[in-house]
Design a binder for this molecule. Structure first.
Ligand code: KG4
Ligand code: ZN
Length: 350
């Protein structure tokens, strides 16, 4: 497909990137709205759309400048058109349409979830078949990729997504927004064995996290002192233990089912994707599980050398959370060529 300029505006990051042949990142830029939405405790869709509109032109210009490229050196324009917040998606889609029309370049749309998986192709040699654990704010899925364009969802969450559970429990523990990184940080000072929370075991490759979330809530209600607010006094030892024990319960079941799928399908490659893939405990467990399953296994992304039996792929943190480099990769491997009538969608397509 050549050199693709991609845009990503599905939630609260205004991102643009230029990637060559779906693998080589030439530039990647983004403006995060986290500090704006923090005051509301979550993303406010209308506010997010307004800021995307303000930032998108500059992000595109900076991306072209960083790559040292001009419009006539690009081969296509890509963008995410769903799932996500419809108002924010439309900003990216409209900008992509304008660029495609004015520069005379093909327009390609990419599914946001598929693009998260494609973060694993950036600067690596990953090729199907492989198993991917996709853990984002809205989805939790164990996927089997037989080809770049062909995949099957082996199992998924029956209620809350893993990221959603992280965010809700962080709120419960008054750790602030965004919740996932706050739990990750707080849990480092806690004992994961302090509380025994249910793993939420469901048959096959499915997950359930709402019972776990309720268990944390009931425990917090029963404890004598409520957790501290995470202000200047810092987080209490009890809150750190709750965060660590919750994180342990979520990550344990995620890793167990992912590696079970790898074994069952006789595969030797496993990838991690989505915002929760940034979680330090989950990344550590992935490496440990690979070693446990097959001694001599090695991590291949993150700059480590391969040579083991099981190869695990974990995108660098900046490509786990929303970014446009993954969208450009998605456009290369399985994008949809569209015309100027293309629309956006808020929920995952069946
Ligand atoms: O993949 P993403 O952008 O969401 C969707 O596309 O839906 O990821 C956002 C999610 C949020 O739930 C956020 O709390 C979580 O990823 N997240 C983390 C970490 N960093 C982001 N969860 C746990 N640990 C982290 N370090
Ligand atoms: Zn995302």
């Amino acid at each position: 497909m050549g050199v693709v300029l991609a845009l990503e505006t599905s939630c609260d990051e205004t991102a643009a990137a230029i990637v060559s042949d779906g693998r080589q990142v030439l530039s990647s830029k983004l403006v995060s709205q986290t500090s704006i939405h923090r005051q509301y405790g979550g993303v406010v869709p209308e506010v997010a759309a307004r800021y995307h509109l303000e930032d998108i032109n500059q992000v595109i210009e900076e991306t072209l400048a960083e790559a040292g490229l001009r419009a006539n050196q690009l081969d296509a324009i890509a963008c995410t058109n769903g799932p996500g917040l419809i108002g924010t998606l439309l900003v990216g889609l409209s900008a992509a349409k304008a660029l495609s029309w004015s520069w005379g370049l093909p327009l390609i749309t990419v599914d946001h979830l598929y693009s998260h998986v494609c973060a694993n192709f950036l600067d690596t040699d990953l090729e199907p078949p492989f198993i991917c654990l996709l853990v984002s704010g809205g989805h939790t899925q164990v996927m089997h990729f037989s080809d770049y364009q062909n995949w099957r969802i082996l199992g998924q969450t029956l209620d809350d997504a893993a990221g959603e559970a992280y965010d809700k429990v962080a709120r419960l523990l008054a750790l602030g927004y965004p919740g996932g990184p706050a739990i990750d940080k707080t849990a480092k000072d806690g004992d994961p064995r302090a509380f025994r929370f249910p793993e939420g075991v469901v048959s096959g490759y499915d997950f359930s996290f709402s019972g776990l979330k309720t268990a944390v809530l009931r425990t917090v209600e029963r404890l004598p002192a409520s957790p501290s607010s995470g202000d200047s006094e810092g987080v209490s030892a009890q809150t750190a233990n709750l965060a660590a024990s919750f994180q342990d319960a979520v990550n344990r079941v995620l890793v167990k089912k992912t590696f079970k799928a790898m074994q069952e399908f006789g595969l030797d490659k496993v990838a991690l994707a989505g915002g929760v893939a940034a979680n330090s405990d989950l990344r550590r467990r992935f490496s440990e599980a690979a070693l446990e399953q097959m001694p001599g296994s090695a991590k291949v992304s993150d700059g480590s050398a391969c040579g083991g039996k099981v190869k695990i792929y974990m995108p660098p943190i900046k490509y786990c959370t929303d970014n446009a480099a993954m969208v450009a990769a998605g456009a290369h491997f399985a994008g949809t060529s569209v015309n100027l009538d293309a629309t956006a969608y808020s929920r995952q397509l069946a």
